[in-house]
Design a binder for this molecule. Sequence first.
Ligand code: DMJ
Length: 643
Amino acid sequence: MYPPPPPAPHRDFISVTLSLGQSYDGSKSWRRRSCWRKWKQLSRLQRNVILFFLTFLVLCGLLSYISVADQWRAVDGRSAEERKARPADPPVLPAPQKADANPENSPGLLPQKPQRHFRRGPPNLQIRAPDKDSKDRRQDDTRRRDEVVGDARQEESTQRTVVSWRGAVIEPEQGTEPPSRKAEGPPTKPSSQAPGIQNQPASPNERQRAVIDAFRHAWTGYRKFAWGHDELKPVSRSFSEWFGLGLTLIDALDTMWILGLKKDVDVNLFESTIRILGGLLSAYHLSGDDLFLRKAEDFGNRLLPAFQTPSRIPYSDVNIGTGAAHPPRWTSDSTVAEVTSIQLEFRELSRLTGSKKFQEAAEEVTRRVHSLSGKKDGLVPMFINTHSGLFTHMGVFTLGARADSYYEYLLKQWIQGGKKETQLLEDYLEAVEGIKRHLLRRSEPRKLTFVGELAHGRFSAKMDHLVCFLPGTLALGAHHGLPADHMELARALMDTCYQMNRQMETGLSPEIVHFNLYPQSDRKDVQVKPADRHNLLRPETVESLFYLHRLTGERKYQDWGWEILQSFNKYTRVPSGGYSSISNVQDPLNPQPRDKMESFFLGETLKYLYLLFSDDPALLSLDAYVFNTEAHPLPIWAPPRVG
Ligand code: DMJ
């Protein structure tokens, strides 16, 4: 039901009535004439002095107005000192200029007809200002602008009265430190009492219950009509965008926690670190909005209990509600790739917050894995025990699932830290030599270079599509000064990964391939077993194509990526919206959609394709950023300034 029509709006204003030229009294008009005569009788010098004095008064008035306005603006932003952490570089997204003009924010709620959604902030999530030459994009923008211009003008006219560009989001300073900052050092308490994790008050009082009820009501509306959007328009049952980043969703998280509306949910430490923590940290760097950092820190605190194990090798899972961490039900092992691919994010979180505990917890894992026995020329097994801290299931070596990003993060941490941590570099270089010595082979008949697996001394010609991250990583290392033969290997492996797509009827790679090693056979190079025919919309091939193109400038890599995008569009695009994993990349007539779109399709695959098709090396420059394993860019730490 709509509320009854509001009373006539009450306006506060100062009325200034000018009576120029108005003559209601003969004596007044006479006085005016006599003033004018007196003015004429003054000398030029006297008149100039008076004019100068008046001008001075006007100027003083103007200056004091500007200074008052500045103070108002300062309410909105925290001073540099108050911010504990800042993006490494100045934010690269244009800062929103306009105030919130949501009519819903004004005191009286008026029923309105549903409006078209209007972006009040940057029109697009863009990494840099729109390129002047990109005509097409500009035309698109113009079209979109034309569509909304009617609504926009109307809203803009009401915006001028609002002081802050944040509009309704002016946040009073709380003057409190986030709980995590008070408790430094690695966590030592029982997991449910971990630093930063707050216990709920016994039971809320009556008024608090009323607030909880209000929150639930607000949340229900947001969930029904605005899920994933910035703000709810409850009357029109619609939503509006400001940044287009799901602002309400993120902004409400800690309130939910404080109100006891938390969800006791188990998350996988690795997956949530690379996707959620990595995503929040990147969003913070790209937007410069503190909100993302606050959420990243909160989330990091919730993940920390996973490290409270006898060996300091983290458990695979942690409950972000209760703080209880545990391994999978069937084992006390964790996966090596998982425990060694959270460091970029935890290190960055420490750098930004000034709280060392995240970095210390993650780097302790690196140190322990570094000194473990059971490696083979730098290659690591796939499992590690959280009680003993030792590798288990020894003797099996792969660059695919369960080990892949261990190698990636050795190199990327070295780059992130300014190429100073030589132990990381040594482990990486040794591993590349190990790959060359034990896992590299060439297929028949086309002599494709591939990375197989080793199980107890026996070579298997099996290669996961996941391994296709490797050409990109090798090329990145060569770009940062590592041996030139890394680049040669990168090129050869890139050709192979392309063929893993190209040789399939849909043009899309299966999850796993087996290479033919026998020269005399009539078999193709790339073989696929029935159980491995699926494609999950994974990014690894296009990820490496991005690096290879960016670092060689060769157009063929863009063309290969273009073919893959077309295949995604042809075989996985669902007309009503979304892309679906498919079960059979070898059946173009019936690829069998699986009805699932993994988050990494948006987080990684499409991002790398977009970057691949750009010819601008400054767009997320590889000299300024390092991408985490979920394609979230994090800054390379600048060397401290001397002097
Ligand atoms: C992503 O979640 C990450 O790249 C991870 O390292 C393994 N692969 C998936 C996507 O394929």
